[in-house]
Design a protein around this ligand. Structure first.
Ligand SMILES: Nc1nc2c(ncn2[C@@H]2O[C@H](COP(=O)(O)OP(=O)(O)OP(=O)(O)O)[C@@H](O)[C@H]2O)c(=O)[nH]1
Ligand SMILES: [Mg+2]
Length: 616
């Protein structure tokens, strides 16, 4: 039985996820239909899962548990089984409870089917031994739980050790393939998008490539040799498909397998264009790739999108109903994309041509020895690509760089447009090109809000320093901005390209710091010094939003980064100290100012390291 998104509450209850009315209504359904288990299409906490099991008298599976279960059914090889077991252990460890069979009073393992009563260690401690008739009370319950935890930890260690061996073996095999000089291309995409079908259609040796109309048909990497139109061979690998809210435990557990993706020279991102959720699925895949550590630059440089199943695309209807707004997607992301129907063998040559183009671009990029000249080449290529795009006749431009409706209807069209022009111009190397263009709509919207708010805050800060504006007003405006941005990111974490939690932490610390000048307006000038940093943030955002002015904005970004984040913030520390210890301030105010300013220095250092890493 499945309780789906139709019943999804707007604000989930911490105890039962659903409201009490929904739980009762579902209990009636459960009683009438007597399902073996109940699936809730959401992520449940341990407590929610336990309470729902109690209310419905049936084992409850949440989204993560179901995915792990499907994985465990599909796992055939030793490697896949190891990875699934690790994921399921991580999941169990996060919600370790004692399970007691109500009919026999015997303890069972976690999540077994049947009429079970589940008691947490804490509850058991409260109610003594009565819950399951096992043992003398809370003390023993605790130790049982600890025993379970230790067993899980031991098993986990063993699995990690074995997986480490798998990783090493895979790394050695990859290194051997690299030595053979064959570029590595990895297929990625939402589960059931047609990755294995594409591998089968492109490879010379299709034997053993399984294609099935079910989720997670492929779990293990499958490698095949594929010849490009120019006669060159590449190694194409097919791996596990992704899904929205892919459990973190699974991503971690499947790292050995997923390294085929992270280490590849190119990624073919297969999207099921016929799905009404194609865009969400595409975003979910990009999120997992980011979680795997792929930088925005790599997502831009090394990804070719293959919009598959176009034979099933009800082109006009979908566009009219707004189900598949390919135009909006293309405008937001401008990917190198090819429309295909693997089933009808359409668009396959275009996929190979796009791979060849990108690989040539990468090779050309590698030949650029000096970073400076590479940068220049990238910006020029970008400008040339932009100019080329503007020069394209309007009727042909959509087909050139995205799987537009027309192209799907009239057969398949190859990839071109700015991204391909960039590739052809050899601008595929890092540092040699404009900023990432794979930005989600959430990031774009948030960036645009900031492009309005930050000049206001930055302007007020400058005016405050020049004495043209009351610094208390600057403090209040700054607080308003920080609070608004905090809640924006809290409610929509995807509004920032990465690490929303770190940014929330930064905003919370800044908010705390600003409370002191709010209380003591004489300290307002320090708000203005700290607030100068917002200019740097503005240039960062403007740089990715206005690729045409990349060079200028990049210069401004770094020209403000070093003096502000690395010099000004630490230098302010002794000034703050002198001011705060000169009298008139409580010790906790001094501690708050020093602590928050020091934390911001740490944030800046982290930010620098993260920027460098991304760059590398
Ligand atoms: N209509 C249509 N169906 C397709 C096309 N390509 C693949 N399929 C079908 O889609 C289903 C899934 O294909 P797979 O290649 O197994 O998909 P996958 O992405 O490898 O799936 P997982 O391994 O489960 O992640 C199969 O039933 C294919 O026959 C296509 O171009 N058009
Ligand atoms: Mg597959």
């Amino acid at each position: 039985m499945c309780i789906g998104s139709a019943a999804r509450p707007r604000r989930p209850s911490p105890a039962t996820f659903f409201g009490s009315g929904q739980v009762e209504a579902a209990a009636a359904h459960v009683a009438a239909r007597q399902p073996g288990r109940v699936f809730v299409n959401a992520l449940l906490s341990g407590v929610q899962q336990r309470n729902l099991e109690r209310a419905w008298g049936r084992p409850v599976l949440d989204r993560v548990a179901l995915i792990i279960e499907i994985f465990s059914q599909r796992a055939r090889t030793a490697e896949a089984r190891l990875q699934v077991e690790l994921a399921s252990l991580e999941y169990k460890a996060s919600r370790l409870v004692r399970v007691v069979d109500a009919s026999t009073g015997k303890r069972t393992a976690f999540g077994l089917e049947g009429d079970v009563e589940i008691v947490s260690a804490r509850e058991r401690g409260r109610s003594g031994s009565s819950a399951g008739g096992l043992g003398a009370g809370g003390g023993q319950g605790e130790s049982e739980l600890q025993l379970q935890r230790r067993r899980i930890a031991d098993r986990r260690k063993l699995l990690l050790r074995r997986l480490e061996e798998v990783r090493k073996t895979r790394a050695v095999q990859r290194a051997a393939r690299r030595r053979s000089g064959k570029p590595q291309v990895a297929l990625v995409g939402y589960t059931n998008a047609g990755k294995s079908s594409l591998l089968r259609a492109l490879s010379k040796d299709a034997e053993g490539v399984g294609v099935e109309d079910r989720l997670f048909a492929t779990l293990d990497p499958t490698l095949r040799r594929v010849m490009l139109p120019g006669g060159r061979d590449v190694v194409l690998s097919d791996t596990v498909g992704f899904i929205s809210d892919l459990p973190h435990a699974l991503v971690e557990a499947f790292r050995a397998t997923l390294e085929e993706v992270t280490e590849a020279d190119l990624l073919l991102h297969v999207v099921d264009a016929s799905s009404p959720h194609a865009l969400q699925q595409r975003t979910a895949v990009l999120e997992v790739l980011r979680e795997l550590g792929l930088s925005e630059e790599r997502l831009q440089d090394a990804v070719i999108e293959v919009w598959n199943k176009c034979d099933q695309l009800p082109v006009a209807d979908a566009a009219e109903e707004g189900l598949l707004d390919v135009d909006a997607a293309a405008a937001a992301y401008r990917p190198t994309a090819v429309a295909t129907s693997v089933l009808r063998r359409q668009g396959l040559q275009q996929v190979l041509a796009a791979v060849e183009h990108k690989l040539e671009a990468q090779l050309a990029g590698r030949r650029q020895t000096s970073r400076r000249s590479a940068k220049r080449a990238g910006a020029e290529a970008w400008e040339a690509a932009e100019a080329a795009e503007q020069a394209l006749p309007p009727a042909s431009s959509p087909d050139d760089h995205r799987p537009a409706h027309g192209s799907a209807a009239s057969g398949m069209t190859g990839a071109a447009g700015p991204a391909a022009a960039l590739a052809a111009a050899g601008a595929g190397r890092l540092g040699s090109k404009p900023p990432p263009i794979v930005l989600s709509p959430e990031v774009v919207l948030h960036d645009r809000c900031n492009l309005v708010a930050l000049p206001i805050v930055g302007g007020l800060v400058l005016a405050g320093l020049l004495g043209a504006v009351d610094t208390l007003l600057v403090t209040k405006a700054f607080i308003l901005y920080i609070v608004a941005d905090f809640f924006y990111i809290l409610l929509e974490p995807k509004a920032v390209p990465s690490r929303p939690r770190v940014i929330l932490w930064h905003h919370a610390v800044t908010f705390l710091l600003l409370q002191i000048p709010l209380k003591h307006p004489s300290l307002g000038v320090y708000t203005c010094y700290d607030g100068l940093i917002e200019w740097n943030t503005l240039f960062l955002i403007a740089r990715r939003q206005f690729p045409r002015f990349y060079r200028q904005l990049n210069f401004l970004y770094w020209a403000t980064f070093y003096p502000m984040r690395l010099v000004l913030f630490p230098v302010l520390l002794p000034f703050f100290w002198r001011e705060m210890t000169s009298g008139g301030y409580a010790w906790w105010e001094t501690a708050a100012v020093m602590g928050t300013q020091a934390s911001l220095c740490v944030f800046n250092a982290w930010f620098l390291i993260a920027s460098w890493r991304r760059h590398r």
